[in-house]
Design a binder for this molecule. Structure first.
Ligand code: SF4
Ligand code: SF4
Length: 126
């Protein structure tokens, strides 16, 4: 079943914020500026990259996010590196598998997670 972008964002928010290490005990975003969360600050681009990708290989989604989201992000350096990514301070990158799980739930697709073995992505399951 195809879901709207708003529905996909709601699923992603529910999945990610619930387990995010930056969430406070009372359920709020603990960032000094919650709007600075790269996952939701750039959610239109995130959703667009994911919805425009049609593949059973999760690495195609990772690539799409790098090219369409990270490339437009203020935190990515000109050489493609990102301090937030390196320090696991970007929710989009840190919880990438959960984001993909949310998309899987939204679209009913299954992805080849074996391709992520050894790639350094955090596996967080509910
Ligand atoms: S940093 Fe982002 S993912 Fe984490 S609680 Fe805040 S809004 Fe949610
Ligand atoms: S990994 Fe870095 S460049 Fe990519 S969205 Fe996160 S903060 Fe931005």
């Amino acid at each position: 079943m195809e879901r709207s972008l708003l529905e996909v964002e709601a699923i992603v928010r529910d999945r990610i914020c619930r387990v995010c290490s930056d969430r406070t005990a009372d359920g709020q975003c603990g960032l000094e500026e919650p709007r600075d969360c790269s996952l939701f600050r750039m959610f239109p681009q995130v959703a667009k990259a994911i919805q425009a990708t049609r593949s059973d290989d999760i690495m195609d989604y990772v690539r799409a996010i790098r090219e369409q989201v990270c490339a437009a992000c203020q935190y990515q350096a000109s050489n493609g590196s990102c301090e937030k990514r390196k320090e696991v301070r970007c929710a989009l990158d840190a919880y990438l598998l959960l984001v993909v799980d949310a998309i899987e739930e939204a679209t009913g697709k299954s992805f080849d997670r074996a391709a992520l073995n050894g790639q350094g992505f955090m596996e967080v399951r509910l």
